[in-house]
Design a binder for this molecule. Structure first.
Ligand code: MOS
Length: 759
């Protein structure tokens, strides 16, 4: 693939262009958009997980002065359509119709919306609604009577068979076999779920933090039965998402309906507790894994069968074994994923959805194998490295796993490790060293963009992507500044609006690669137009130069024969008007983009994650860490952590570093802290507050070292970007479990690891 050669701004550790706006309160997040005559909404959620609403008494609620309206299934019904679940080609987190009937399918389902003059009155009114339910006994967990195994649905493959696993197992010198369990987890972004809806005639504007403005636009239009062109979603800043804001919740269309009924704008703000129920979650998994290896540690077979929780209405699995079984060289593979349907909300994406739970099993098994074979765990992984994936025989576009493993070992001092479990003690602490690989697929979505360059040398880049916290405005500005030869302060970036040229859902670590590819293309088109003008103008300094070699540098158009001021050329080519270039990119066999919107085959492209059909494209990494376990209490702490990553071109070393560290921290969280506890009787979360749903605080996080290796990839996209937003979290949970084994000799196969795990 033809590569773009950057000039130094791309790749530099540039401070966020929107950083000042963020820390001074000028950046407006979802609920901070104030409109005149605003009414306020508050939700009432079902306390039961299964049954019917028998009676609703609204008397006390309606008697409160300032109450404007109350929505229930009785006055909504079919006024809002259900919408399809995202896995079925729709846009919804849940396919249950919002206030569509008296039927309750999961705890936390919306049962009413109270609308009032102030948020306080709305909350008061929602609390004074009296519901009588006819509750049925719910099944909320894998083993509850009524939980049913069903065929899984996933974005990727739920089954992969290659080679001959019976032969592979028969050939094995050592087989590791185990059941692994990961808990339900909830994304819990800092910014809670909200929506503000306002109508102007038949046109709806929604201010809601979204990873997917174009999808929200289409989904809401469907739910409300109006054309997509009548819906606009505005989402310039997002206080975290982690997968929770890719799909529409049940509330947005209800707030739009409330606004239409009242003829006033309506704002919804939910509580932290409600956020546990309003969108999706990382489903709990159960995994049975068998890995065989010969005496030298070469893998001979991987058999991985797993079960993932889902709702009654929707089947959804993240299905990670299809990739974890191909991380190392092994031609004999048999993996299969099932869903288990129960009385729960539908699960969804949460940071590195497939790799986080599935690498836990795979990388724990690798450690166990290393221990049994008396091979160093890092060495075992080196021995199973490959540049051609073995099950389907696809070459990697680039792969620096071993480089990450080697660099990490060196930085951590891994060679000092005594392999015997329990051998490294320090006073009252058991000390353990563990490691694991990290990996995440490189995905590039189709995207459109518009770049406008004015004669006074200011550029505006417009693209419908989202600032989910990663710093996307900054890397877009860097890309444009670098390729147009302008300083960063001359670039304005407009994102987060469904009226902009469409970008894909900001998910799957695709944004930097998707968006910088299309912005790069548009800038290249602008350069070409200017270059052609320069080289064909008789008497000009660049007359006769090769237009291909002409570059835009520091406000000049530069060629082998000389240079001209960029401003003069923009003036001449545009006849005094701004130059506008529309970029369009449809990578790796993604369906072609049609028209000005991101439409393909009549549908907007949402899950922009195309990969080359005949290649494996992944970013890699290696984690090394130390745990200390208090022998009196069994408390596990991570005391030291090193992560080394290779993810193609790093667009901004500062923001990339932040993404990776955030992932590493979340990895500690996923191993030692987070678990949504499902009440065995009520089938609802028993710890739906941040006081009881544990997340790490500063005292839980050690000094973390985060290193990015240089890696060149000329196949994934024109700038060689692999994406790394989700890479850092993958594998940490296994590295911690492996360190715990090294410290104690106890192999914990169920997360989170708590004091009780080691008794
Ligand atoms: Mo991410 S879970 O792909 O938003």
């Amino acid at each position: 693939m033809e590569q773009i050669q950057p000039n130094g701004i791309i790749g530099s550790a540039t401070v966020r262009v929107d950083g000042l706006a963020k820390v001074t309160g000028q950046a407006k997040y979802g609920a901070e958009h104030h409109l005149p005559n605003l009414a306020h909404a508050y939700l009432a959620l079902s306390p039961i997980a299964r049954g019917r609403i028998r009676r609703i008494d609204e008397t006390a609620a309606r008697a409160i002065p300032g109450v404007l309206d109350i929505l229930t299934y009785r006055n909504v019904g079919t006024a809002v359509k259900a919408g399809k679940h995202i896995i079925d080609g729709g846009y919804m987190a849940q396919s249950v119709a919002p206030l569509g009937s008296d039927r309750i399918e999961f705890a936390g389902q919306i049962v009413a919306v109270a609308i009032a003059e102030t948020p306080e009155i709305a909350k008061d009114a929602a609390g004074k609604l009296r519901f009588e339910f006819r509750a049925e006994e719910p099944a909320g967990r894998f083993d509850d009577a009524g939980a049913v195994v069903v065929k899984a649905k996933a974005l990727g493959e739920t089954e992969l068979k290659a080679g001959n696993v019976s032969q592979g197992l028969a050939d094995a010198h050592t087989i590791v076999e185990g059941w692994y369990e990961t808990p339900p987890q909830v994304q819990n972004p800092l910014e809670m779920f909200q929506a503000t809806c306002a109508w102007q005639g038949d046109e709806l504007t929604v201010w809601e933090s979204s990873q997917n403005v174009r999808g929200f636009q289409y989904g809401l239009a469907k739910q409300l039965g109006i054309p997509p062109a009548k819906v606009r979603i505005v989402s310039p800043f997002i206080g975290g998402a982690f997968g929770s804001r890719g799909e529409l919740g049940q509330y947005t269309a209800l707030i739009a309906l409330a606004s239409r009924r009242l003829g006033r704008p309506v704002k919804l703000e939910s509580s932290r507790e409600q956020c546990f129920f309003l969108k999706t979650f990382r489903a709990e998994t159960r995994q049975h894994l068998r890995v065989g290896a010969d005496a030298d540690g070469h893998l001979t077979a991987i058999v991985h069968e797993s079960w993932e929780m889902t709702s009654r209405a929707d089947r959804f699995a993240v299905a990670g074994s299809e990739s974890t079984a191909r991380l190392y060289k092994c031609g004999n593979v048999d993996v299969r994923v099932h869903n288990v349907s129960a009385d729960r909300q539908s699960p969804g994406f949460m940071r590195a959805p497939p790799e986080t739970p599935y690498l836990f099993a795979m990388e724990s098994a690798m450690d166990e194998l290393a221990h049994k074979l008396r091979i160093d765990p890092a060495e075992l992984r080196r021995r199973n490295d490959t540049m051609v994936e073995a099950a389907t025989n696809k070459p990697y576009t680039s792969r620096s796993l071993v480089q990450c493993i080697d660099k990490g070992a060196e930085l951590f001092g891994w060679s000092e490790r005594d392999p015997r479990p329990g051998s490294m003690r320090d006073g009252n602490d058991l000390v353990g060293w563990g490691m694991a690989s990290a990996f995440y697929p490189t995905q590039v979505g189709p995207a459109l963009c518009r770049v406008t360059l004015t004669p006074d040398l200011c550029a505006t880049v417009e693209v419908g992507t989202h600032e989910i916290g990663t710093g996307i405005r900054t890397v877009i500005a860097q890309t444009a500044a670098d390729l147009l030869g302008l300083s960063l302060d001359r670039i304005t970036v407009r994102i987060g609006d469904s009226t902009l040229p469409a970008g894909p859902m900001s998910a799957g670590s695709n944004s930097t690669a998707s968006v910088c590819s299309v912005v790069g293309k548009a800038c290249e088109s602008l350069r070409r137009r200017l270059a052609v003008e320069a080289v064909y103008r008789k008497g000009g300094a660049l007359y006769g130069a090769k237009s291909k070699e002409v570059r835009l540098r520091a406000g000049n158009v530069v060629g082998a024969t000389g240079s001209e001021p960029l401003a003069d050329l923009v003036q001449r080519v545009g006849l005094g008007k701004p130059l506008v270039e529309e970029g369009r990119n449809s990578p790796h066999g993604a369906p072609p983009l049609i028209g000005p919107w991101l439409i393909s085959r009549g549908k907007p492209i949402l899950l922009g994650g195309s990969r080359l059909k005949d290649r494996m494209q992944f970013a890699h990494g290696a984690h090394y860490l130390e745990v200390r376990i208090d022998r009196s209490t069994g408390m596990v702490r991570v005391s030291r952590m090193v992560g080394v990553f290779a993810a193609g071109r790093i667009m901004n070393r500062m923001t990339a570093h932040s993404q990776l560290v955030g992932g590493q921290v979340w990895g500690i969280s996923s191993a030692l802290h987070e678990s949504a506890e499902v009440d065995p009787v009520l089938a609802r979360y028993a710890n739906s507050t941040l006081a009881e749903y544990h997340v790490p605080v500063n005292a839980d996080i050690p000094a973390i070292e985060t290193i990015m290796l240089d890696e060149v990839d000329t196949e994934v996209n024109p700038l060689g970007i692999k994406g790394l937003g989700e890479l850092g979290v993958t594998g940490v949970n296994a590295a911690i479990a492996n360190a715990v084994f090294h410290a104690t000799g106890i192999r914990v196969r169920k997360l989170p690891i708590r004091q009780g795990s080691l008794l």
